[in-house]
Design a protein around this ligand. Structure first.
Ligand code: NAP
Length: 265
């Protein structure tokens, strides 16, 4: 049986296997998608395994989206500027890094009816997922992006990269006022005091985590009168785009939504 892996650390919560395996089964493919919980030190060994004939490819999540890059042969168009990889595909025996978080985030945001064009966005975090979100918003014509992150140098690097590729985009660090979209890319275990952001009532709060269905971040946003959404839609859309890269055929997105809704409830 051919294999696809999700490489990450402390990822037992992930709904990716249930969602991908439901889609693979509906597509009549005898492939299996499973979790591979590993540290950064084990990435070379995992990449060596991805090169074997048994493996179709992989996804990567926290904290490997940037660290994986040095072990791959090439970055595809979707990951080259973002410098974060959530999907590895094989082409002619070479491992190519791609990024489907960008398209997944934008599709999920579109479902909320929020128009990112001209928006002032605040991104909490500056890791691999934040990179995808920042480039997605820049591509969609956001006016400004402010990044708040524990490690200043990482936030600065993301702001500089985004500005280099989108010179018309205003980037800033650590300002908390005036955002009409706040995107939380911090792990679910990291609390954040939303009150400090002084969001407008019309703002949207988007949490990339999705378990529980109403995350603590969403609860705070709702209590502040702000519309809140979780990362389930993004999870499905980025996964569908990855699966399309691996199979080359259209994937059953409705089956994937159904699988995660049932597993999450
Ligand atoms: P990552 O590259 O490891 O980045 C983690 C981010 O969280 C960094 O900004 C890091 O700050 C910050 N952080 C970690 N621990 C912290 C702590 N104790 N206090 C303050 N900040 C802390 O991980 P990632 O790949 O971006 O993933 C982030 C989250 O997004 C994960 O929960 C992942 O499951 C989720 N995600 C969801 C989707 C979806 O489809 N719904 C897609 C992608 C990611 P430093 O830079 O200071 O270390």
């Amino acid at each position: 049986m051919k294999q696809i892996f999700l490489l990450g650390s402390s990822i037992a919560y992930s709904l990716s296997p249930v969602m991908h395996n439901a889609a693979l089964s509906a597509m009549g493919l005898d492939w299996n998608y499973s979790l591979w919980d590993l540290s950064a030190e084990a990435l070379p060994e995992a990449v060596a395994h991805l090169r074997t004939d048994d493996c179709i490819g992989a996804n990567m999540t926290i904290p490997h989206k940037e660290a994986i890059i040095e072990w791959l042969d090439e970055l595809g168009r979707s990951a080259r500027d973002v410098r974060a990889v959530n999907t590895v595909v094989k082409r002619d025996g070479r491992l190519i890094g791609e990024n489907t978080d960008v398209i997944g985030f934008l599709q999920a945001l579109r479902d909320t009816q929020f128009d990112p064009h001209g928006a002032h966005a605040l991104i909490l975090g500056a890791g691999g997922a934040a990179r995808g979100v920042a480039f997605a918003l820049a591509q969609a014509g956001a006016a400004s992006i402010t990044i708040l992150n524990r490690t200043h140098s990482r936030a600065q690097a993301l702001a500089d990269d985004a500005h280099r590729h989108f010179p018309e985009l205003t980037t800033a660090l650590n300002q908390t006022c005036g955002a009409d979209l706040v995107v939380n890319t911090l792990p679910a275990t990291v609390p954040f005091d939303l009150d400090t952001l002084k969001l407008a009532r019309s703002a949207v709060a988007f949490d990339l985590t999705y378990r529980p269905a109403e995350t603590p971040f969403m609860r705070e946003a709702t209590a502040a009168g702000v519309r809140a959404v979780n990362g389930l839609g993004m999870l499905v859309y980025q996964a569908a785009a990855s699966l399309e890269l691996w199979t080359g055929i259209k994937v059953p997105v409705a089956v994937m939504f159904d699988a995660v809704w049932r597993a999450a409830s």
